[in-house]
Ligand binder design. Sequence first.
Ligand SMILES: [Zn+2]
Length: 111
Amino acid sequence: MTDYHDRMDRIRNRTGLPPAPKTHTCSTCGYVWLHGQHGGHRCSEYMAKTIDHLKVEVGRLEERDKRHLAYTASLRAQRHDLLMAVGKKYPGETRHETAKRYIVEAETSSN
Ligand SMILES: [Zn+2]
């Protein structure tokens, strides 16, 4: 922080003005710099860096999405396999409910 900024902070404090913001943000590119430091920058350079960063982030999220889709498909296949093991469908019960009832009955009768 420069002498100028220190002096301005003291004046703000003495006169009851709110303190200066800690940082400033370029309204064009989002570049952030500390109060009292030189905020000079090239928006196009900062935006190019941001675009590169976002491309990496998009790639990461696409990979995560692929893994989630594969996991969901695997769970769906397992669920289908389990439900198809229910040979007889009971009226008023879904296959899921029947399968769950079979499991609960088997678990409680073995005690
Ligand atoms: Zn900018």
